[in-house]
Design a protein around this ligand. Structure first.
Ligand code: HEC
Ligand code: HEC
Length: 510
């Protein structure tokens, strides 16, 4: 594509006509040819692609209700909107191409953009000193928790009732995962959003609170600093191997203080878009995994954010709105809330590195060994031959202990390392990387055994009592990090071709 536009790119000048060409090629699949946000597959995404004819934009440096500046539009096209289907474009389009497509976007709502250009509001500088405690007090005073929850995990009382200006359900931002903020996660990005609000969403502007002297400008900065402090200092990187350190005694419950000192590993999960029904709007986006063993048993604590303890009647309204909004999926959503779910799947034969089962719950030729947990709460041990095709084993030896608090599940699984039948139940050997993968679903969002979020294969490595060699991660592990989404997509395409499927969604084109 760059080649076709090279002649323009070298002169650095592109016209609105070029903007249209770029738009039709790269953007219309989601945003629609007329800019109405109705591209192929738009209705499978949450949030839906923006309708440009309305000229309502979330990420601006302009006051609430105003159009964005050209720079605002350019920046969002460059970096994309994390946590949504909106990709970044700066690795694919030149600055001139992005400039041209931005000019073209404005032609979808000529009346809104015809007057004088909008002006960015003046942003001062963050006050020095530690204001996190003050920020927390102001967070309470401004009642941010009503939507975002007391711990910031998007589980506030109002969360199940929230909808955007188009009537679609909208989740408040999870303030403990700031790498998914649409408009950036620096303190000044957050402060800017608090001044401008996110137009078209229930996220208000707090400009009035300052103007009416309910709080000072400095206090608004303190809230931004407090919000920033709720997430890890650095965006967690997913590593391929979860280390199970050796412990004297295994913590049996999720709230045992011993877990606080155990290293935690971030495992991203993405919507299951391969087996039908596919699911492009996953509620869970990652899991924190910790592991310990004492030479006899393995204990695994999995923690993930989920704003509802499903099923919960106060989320009925939300589920109704979900099923009305996500109409383009493969068949209707469940009308009743199921439980929350977590499936921990293991390679049945961990010693055979070359024969890792299919990551979506294995298949009939090569099933996976699985722990199927649901929020009743209970866990079953068995084998899975494809997503949702689960057969329980008699005399399972895995146990669970679960806790739900402040928008988060924490589940501890414990199982002896030994196995009496290694053809069905892998032995957890020390000094070895055992392949593991995850599936998570939120019952209140209509998710079930197939609609949910999946990871690819990772591994759990059990420390040896006296290390005799330096630990090296097995090279055979699938390289992950940024590649996860791509990997799923590539597989989806392969799968699609293999099945002779012709349907393609915009996500698969990425
Ligand atoms: C795979 C689907 C997809 C593609 C392709 C895509 N977008 Fe988006 N875009 C989205 C979604 C979804 C949103 C809404 C995200 C949200 O509301 O949080 C969005 C939002 C936007 C916004 C609104 C930003 C704001 O502050 O509200 C702009 C501008 C935008 N896209 C421009 C583009 C341009 C330009 C292209 C092509 C170069 C493009 N998009 C391609 C899915 C896509
Ligand atoms: C009425 C509900 C509501 C209230 C009250 C509310 N928010 Fe939000 N907030 C939302 C929603 C919904 C979103 C997500 C919008 C979206 O999907 O892009 C959001 C998004 C955010 C974001 C992410 C911005 C980004 O770039 O994506 C931050 C940070 C935030 N809110 C902080 C706050 C703080 C701090 C307060 C209190 C001063 C507050 N919110 C009050 C509903 C609310």
């Amino acid at each position: 594509m760059a080649a076709a536009l090279l002649s323009f790119a070298t002169t650095g000048k592109l016209s609105a006509q070029d903007g249209k060409t770029i738009y039709n090629k790269w953007c219309s699949g989601c945003h629609g040819e007329t800019g109405a946000g109705d591209g192929v597959g738009a209705k499978t995404m949450l949030p839906h692609p923006r309708d440009f004819t309305k000229a309502v934009y979330k990420i601006r440096t302009t006051a609430s209700g105003e159009i964005p500046t050209d720079d605002d539009l350019r920046r969002i096209v460059e970096v994309g909107m994390p946590g949504t289907a909106m990709p970044e474009w700066k690795s694919r389009l030149s600055a001139a191409e992005i400039g041209a497509v931005v000019q073209y976007l404005k032609t979808f709502s000529p009346n809104s953009f015809k007057g004088a250009a909008a002006k960015a509001i003046a942003i001062g500088k963050a006050p020095g000193g530690d204001g996190v405690a003050d920020g927390k007090a102001v967070f309470q005073k401004l009642e941010c928790y009503k939507c975002h929850g007391l711990a910031g995990r998007a589980d506030g009382k109002s969360a199940p009732t929230l909808k955007d200006d188009y009537g679609n359900p909208i989740r408040p931002a999870d303030l403990t995962e700031n790498w998914k903020f649409r408009g950036g996660n620096s303190v000044s990005d957050i402060y800017t959003r608090l001044r401008t609000g996110l137009d078209g969403t229930p996220m208000p502007s707090f400009q009035d609170a300052v103007e009416n002297k309910l709080i000072t400008d400095e206090q608004l900065w303190r809230v931004a600093q407090y919000v920033h402090s709720l997430s890890p200092e650095k965006t967690p990187e997913s590593r391929e191997v979860v280390r199970a350190a050796l412990a004297q005694k295994l913590p049996a419950t999720p709230d045992d203080a011993a877990w606080a000192t155990v290293e935690r590993f971030w495992i991203p999960v993405v919507g299951q878009i391969i087996a039908k029904p596919r699911w492009f709007a996953p509620a869970v986006d990652g899991l924190w995994v910790q592991a310990l063993h004492d030479g006899r048993s393995l204990a695994l604590r999995v923690s993930w954010d989920d704003p509802s303890k499903s099923p919960d009647p106060i989320w009925d309204e939300w589920l109704g709105r979900m099923s009305k909004t996500l109409t383009d999926v493969d068949g209707p959503l469940a009308t009743q809330q199921g439980p929350d779910r977590l499936v921990v799947q293991w390679a049945q034969n961990p010693s055979d590195e070359s024969k890792r089962p299919y990551f979506l719950g294995g298949d009939t030729k090569s099933p996976v060994y699985a722990w199927r947990w649901s929020s009743e709460p209970k866990v079953e041990e068995g084998s899975e031959a494809g997503l949702g095709h689960f057969t329980a084993l008699p005399n399972g030896s895995v146990t669970q202990s679960a806790r739900y608090a402040d928008g988060q599940w924490q589940v501890v699984f414990t199982r002896p390392l030994a196995s009496s039948d290694t053809t069905k139940v892998p032995r957890f050997g020390e000094g070895r990387a055992i392949p593991i993968a995850f599936y998570a679903a939120d019952g209140s969002s209509g998710e079930d055994e197939v609609r949910g979020a999946v990871s690819t294969w990772y591994a759990v490595y059990l420390d040896v009592p006296t290390p005799t060699r330096v630990f090296v991660a097995p090279i055979a592990m699938i390289a992950l990090s940024a590649g996860l989404g791509m990997l799923l997509v590539t597989r989806a395409q392969k799968n699609g071709r293999a099945n002779g499927a012709t349907d393609s969604s915009p996500m698969e084109e990425r």
